[in-house]
Design a protein around this ligand. Structure first.
Ligand code: B12
Length: 289
């Protein structure tokens, strides 16, 4: 049998494109197994690193995104690297690096909802502002949004399975709203609390959602609204959803930009208007008590 191929901490860091300290933290947390030399230095088997990279999607692909849209320091370095912000990476369309960024943040101890509230939401808001000011083209905004979606999807596959609570929630974005990242973040937030989630995605017709509510009687409904048209009609049709949920004693959570407006909150009644995904998690946790 041939001798196993060992890597040093520095070599693993280069392969995964993170710092040495991050590799040590991963090892301390049990994500990576290592052996020690007589001098107590860490040595990692190549197969162990390959497994870890495969499972976490780390450092597998170099990004060749559009450098002209990167922040000045990243541009000076010539390409997005591990010092780039999440915003830099998604704007450059570096989906694999963006995924590594959020998975890295999670493995280093940032909570899931903190990643959503303090990393992803601000980056998306900034992308919206850049698009509005024509600093980003529509195509660049689409590329960035796709990279962000991909990163969240990869993060989901890296999350440990929580203890299941035997409860189900519905997630969706309002009819007429095509922004499907917010309901996806809500889905992951609720799944992370050990609930099953049926996510109907963007632009769900209210009559159809109501039929599903009657059929499944979920234990919570979490809807998001980022952009609405035909507010009068939607308010009327939403009322039927809310009344059906109330009759079945199902709490309704309404999140998203639209409900920053008090006037719209009055038009669309709900049990909770969270401003953060952290609030959604806390509400769901309480429901399970
Ligand atoms: C990506 C994007 C798109 C993509 C969506 C792709 C997809 N598959 O999702 C596409 C290209 C489809 C799109 C289309 C449009 N978009 Co758009 N879009 C965005 C962008 C850049 C990001 C949206 C996103 O994913 N946000 C991520 C969420 C998580 O972050 P957030 O909404 O900023 O933050 C909120 C959450 O954190 C939330 N929150 C906290 N806790 C919880 C809990 C729950 C449960 C939920 C749900 C939310 C939530 O609170 C924050 C504020 O309220 C935003 C900019 C922005 N500010 O968000 C514009 C933005 C929302 N879009 C905008 C516009 C104008 C449009 C279009 C009308 C453009 C057009 N002319 O066609 C269309 C409308 C289509 C439609 N009918 O829905 C405007 C809306 C302005 C307004 N008046 O409301 C924005 C704000 C851009 C801007 N700065 O002008 N868009």
């Amino acid at each position: 049998m041939s001798e196993p191929n060992y890597l040093t901490t520095r070599e693993v860091a280069r392969l995964c494109r993170v710092s040495d300290a991050t590799v040590k933290r991963w090892e301390d947390a049990g994500f990576l197994k290592s052996e020690r030399t007589s001098g107590k230095h860490r040595r990692f088997r190549a197969e162990e690193i390959a497994r870890f990279q495969r499972e976490q999607g780390l450092g597998q692909k170099l990004c060749h995104g559009d450098r002209s849209v990167l922040s000045a320091p990243a541009r000076r370095r010539g390409r997005p690297d591990s010092d780039c912000s999440f915003l830099d990476l998604v704007v450059a369309g570096c989906e694999e690096d963006a995924a590594n960024f959020v998975i890295g943040a999670y493995l280093q101890g940032t909570g899931l909802t903190d990643i959503f509230d303090h990393l992803i939401s601000p980056a998306m808001r900034r992308i919206g502002e850049m698009w509005y000011r024509t600093e980003l083209s529509v195509a660049q905004e689409h590329l960035a949004s796709r990279a962000a979606q991909y990163a969240v999807h990869k993060l989901r596959t890296a999350l440990p399975l929580p203890e299941m609570k035997g409860r189900t929630a519905f997630c969706a974005a309002f009819e007429s709203d095509y922004h499907d990242l917010p309901p996806y973040l809500a889905q992951l937030t609720i799944e992370n609390e050990g609930w099953e989630v049926m996510n109907f995605g963007a632009n769900i017709p209210f009559f159809s959602l109501r039929e599903e509510i009657v059929k499944y009687s979920p234990e919570a409904i979490c809807l998001s609204a980022t952009y609405l048209t035909e507010i009068e009609r939607l308010a009327r049709e939403y009322r039927e959803i809310y009344d059906t949920a109330a009759r079945l004693k199902i709490p309704v959570i309404l999140g998203g930009r639209v409900f920053e407006d008090d006037h719209l909150r009055r038009r669309f009644p709900a049990d909770l208007y969270p401003e953060t995904f952290g609030e959604v998690a806390a509400f769901i946790e309480k429901l399970a008590d």
